[in-house]
Design a protein around this ligand. Structure first.
Ligand code: HEC
Length: 150
């Protein structure tokens, strides 16, 4: 009998500690989940307020890329070959097709930096070409896209 009442007390104590800690944790959890909700809200706000093409950080990278590549390096690039190997599949031989959900380049209004940014970083189903193409190749093929624009 004394053993039983002792274990009852221990059980009750455990229960108390459990309830107490549970009560303390609930508001904490609420706070952190609120935080992540806020973060997610901020993120979605950010993405919706972004310009439709590329973000500023990507534009900065693109401008640096353009500045770092010399005219000579660009002149050496066979941009038509690069285009036909890497871009034709989705944009068509004259850049006027929208295959696989892509946009017709002839109708594009983007400036050179935005084009470089898009080719370098990719967007949507369009893959990023950094690592695949050299900086000079990316700038050269982007200049070609600029020529294709009507
Ligand atoms: C796998 C298909 C695919 C390939 C290959 C591809 N693109 Fe794209 N491209 C797309 C898609 C899809 C979009 C639209 C992306 C979006 O806005 O969501 C796009 C958009 C673009 C745009 C932006 C047009 C605008 O006005 O918004 C440019 C510039 C562009 N591509 C250039 C290129 C170049 C240069 C290459 C080759 C180096 C290339 N693309 C290869 C699918 C592709």
């Amino acid at each position: 009998m004394p053993f039983q009442s002792k274990s009852k007390i221990v059980f009750l104590l455990c229960l108390l500690v459990f309830v107490f800690s549970a009560c303390q944790q609930t508001p904490k959890n609420d706070k952190s989940s609120n935080k992540t909700n806020n973060k997610q809200e901020q993120l979605s706000k950010k993405t919706t307020s972004q310009p439709s093409s590329v973000n500023n950080k990507q534009l900065n990278t693109a401008n640096k890329l353009i500045a770092s590549v010399g005219d000579e390096a660009i002149a050496k690039v066979d941009f038509k070959k690069i285009y036909s190997v890497h871009c034709i599949a989705c944009h068509g031989p004259k850049g006027n097709m929208s295959i696989a959900g892509s946009k017709a380049l002839t109708k594009s209004k983007l400036d050179l930096a935005s084009i470089v940014a898009q080719v370098y970083h990719g967007k949507g189903t369009m893959v990023a070409y950094k690592g695949t193409l050299s900086d000079a190749e990316i700038v050269a093929v982007s200049k070609y896209v600029k020529e294709l624009q009507q």
